[in-house]
Design a binder for this molecule. Structure first.
Ligand SMILES: [Zn+2]
Length: 141
C-alpha cells in the first residue's frame, strides 16, 4: 500500500488552519521586525560591504565594480521612516558609490521624483541580492 501521509488536500480543513497559523506567526515576526535592534540593523549595513554601486545614476556613476567609495546609503523617502533629523531604517539602505551618493543626498541636480526613482530602483536591485547574502552569512555563523 502506498502511503500518502504528508500530502495535504487543498480542500481539507487543515489547510485553512495551517495558513491561519502561518499568518499569526508572520504578524508576530513582523511586529518584532518593526523595531530592529542595533545588531539587526547593522547587518543591513554590513551587507553593503564589498558591493558595487546599486544607484548607477546615468552620467554620474563610474560603474566601477571595485569602487572603494561605495558606502551604505540611507533612503531619504518619508515612506521608509525618514523624518525630522532621523535616518530611515537600516533596512532601507543600499550600496552606493561616492558620486551617486553625493548626487542623491547633497547635490541639487535631481528632482524629488528623480531621487525617489533612483532610491526605489536601487533598493529593488539590492534587496534580493542582500537577502541571499544575509542568508549565506547566517548559515556560516
Ligand atoms: Zn554609482
Amino acid at each position: 500500500m502506498k502511503r500518502t501521509g504528508l500530502k495535504r488536500k487543498p480542500g481539507s480543513p487543515f489547510s485553512s488552519f495551517a495558513s491561519r497559523a502561518t499568518a499569526l506567526r508572520r504578524s508576530k515576526i513582523e511586529s518584532r521586525m518593526r523595531k530592529p535592534t542595533v545588531s539587526e540593523g547593522s547587518k543591513y549595513l554590513t551587507a553593503c560591504r564589498g558591493e558595487p554601486c546599486y544607484l548607477r545614476v546615468p552620467g554620474v556613476c563610474r560603474l566601477n565594480p571595485d569602487d572603494e567609495t561605495v558606502v551604505p546609503c540611507h533612503s531619504n523617502l518619508l515612506e521608509h521612516g525618514k523624518g525630522k533629523g532621523i535616518k530611515a531604517d537600516n533596512r532601507f539602505t543600499f550600496p552606493g558609490c561616492g558620486a551617486c551618493h553625493f548626487w542623491l543626498d547633497q547635490s541639487t541636480v535631481p528632482t524629488k521624483e528623480q531621487r525617489r526613482a533612483a532610491t526605489l530602483s536601487a533598493l529593488a536591485r539590492w534587496e534580493p541580492v542582500r537577502a541571499q547574502k544575509m542568508e549565506l552569512t547566517e548559515m556560516i555563523a
